[in-house]
Design a binder for this molecule. Structure first.
Ligand SMILES: Nc1ncnc2c1ncn2[C@@H]1O[C@H](COP(=O)(O)OP(=O)(O)OP(=O)(O)O)[C@@H](O)[C@H]1O
Length: 359
């Protein structure tokens, strides 16, 4: 549905450089990246609002330059939710509507009728976002481009509206590309994730691939991986049966075992990695903590001492000192309380070789 190849676009200076991305019909794509990385620009190029300096943009198999605006069948919602100030809330939502049934369905799903008695200028930022979303959806576009559309909503509304938009996307067979700063949201919504940085695509794939198999230590850290270590990976060979942790079916053909040496520690990893100098990434939630050497199938077991315990609602973040190397684990607060974790306590951290990603 969307195919960009080698797209370079300028906004004063370069905002996109040699960007190639694609999104199939019916897919929900999410665009993530730091502030100023070119996310909005990417949507504007696809919408035809910004003509690229180089490269090609195809929408629905047709060169976007040949598509008249009325033939694009797309809706773009900006984060600032621009509304028509001279129209009522209802007339804003109904503007350009495909048909009465689509309008009614959107009104019901987003509960936007609740604002119809209000003055358009008196809406809050979150309410404006809902009205702008409703207007975009009621046109029943083939392509829906959303720039942080839920950013001003409170957490409960955000969850409800997100669910309804995802459902309409599926029921109506839309193709959607959404910018978000919320990684959990990206994982929940996206069939495909595109990570931009300084106008370039650093990685694209399913959200699970991008989050669990970051292409570089930079991507890992941007996506919030707590444990990123530099070192050297040595290949140990085929994964032998005594290495299998849990379900053998999770081992793909060609997976090999590695020993990764970092700051005097050896971490074991399994995957299709390249040996040599690189980085090991372990997400905090992959690490479990016990008071003793319990018997489990995890390949990596490291003795250390607790240095910090931070309760963050349902999860607790625990920092350990493992022979001078800091290691961060995320436990449920319930298990952290059961373990009576406190600074100075000697514990064992364990994690599977499958949880160690080398890049
Ligand atoms: N009108 C403009 N004139 C000059 N430079 C601009 C203009 N608009 C954006 N830029 C620059 O282009 C780059 C890409 O901007 P863009 O808005 O696409 O980033 P973004 O990833 O959407 O950022 P954010 O997450 O903050 O919304 C930024 O470096 C920005 O400073």
């Amino acid at each position: 549905m969307i195919a960009l190849s080698g797209v370079t676009a300028r906004k004063g200076r370069f905002a996109l450089a040699d960007v190639s991305v694609s999104l199939a019909e019916g897919e929900y794509g999410v665009v993530i990246g730091p502030a100023g990385s070119g996310k909005t620009t990417l949507l504007e190029v696809i919408a035809g609002l910004l003509v690229p300096a180089a490269g090609t943009v195809q929408v629905g198999g047709v060169d976007a330059r040949r598509l008249a605006p009325e033939d694009r069948h797309l809706s773009l919602v900006y984060q600032h939710a621009y509304l028509f100030p001279h129209l009522s809330v209802r007339d804003n939502v109904a503007y350009g509507t495909a048909d009465a049934r689509s309008l009614q369905e959107v009104e019901e799903r987003l509960d936007v009728g609740a604002y119809y008695s209000r003055d358009i200028l008196g809406l809050s930022g979150g309410e404006r976002q809902i009205v702008a979303l409703a207007r975009a959806l009621a046109r029943r576009p083939r392509l829906l481009l959303l720039d942080e559309p839920f950013s001003a909503l409170d957490p409960r509304r955000r969850m409800l509206v997100r669910r309804e938009v995802r459902q309409l996307h599926r029921d109506w067979g839309l193709t959607t590309l959404q910018v978000t700063h919320d990684f959990a949201e990206a994982g929940m919504l996206g069939d495909r994730a595109i990570l931009l940085d300084a106008g370039r695509v650093l990685q694209q794939g399913t959200p699970a691939e991008v989050f669990r198999r970051p292409a570089s230590p930079y991507v890992a850290e941007f996506l919030g991986a707590e444990n990123v270590f530099g070192g050297i990976a040595r290949e140990l060979g085929e994964v032998s049966p005594d290495w299998v942790e849990g379900d053998p079916a999770q081992y793909a053909r060609g997976h090999r075992a590695f020993a990764f040496e970092t700051e005097g520690l050896t971490l074991y990893a399994v995957g299709d990695f390249a040996p040599g100098v690189g980085h090991a990434v372990i997400r905090a939630e992959e690490i479990t903590i016990s008071r003793d050497h319990v018997h489990d199938s995890a390949r990596n077991r490291l003795a250390g001492r607790v240095t910090e315990v931070q309760a963050l609602g349902a999860l607790t973040r625990v920092t350990l000192d493992v022979r001078g190397v800091p290691l961060v684990a995320a436990l449920t607060t319930r298990s952290a309380l059961e373990l009576r974790l406190e600074p100075g306590l000697a514990v064992v951290a364990s994690f599977k070789a499958m949880a160690v990603h080398l890049c």
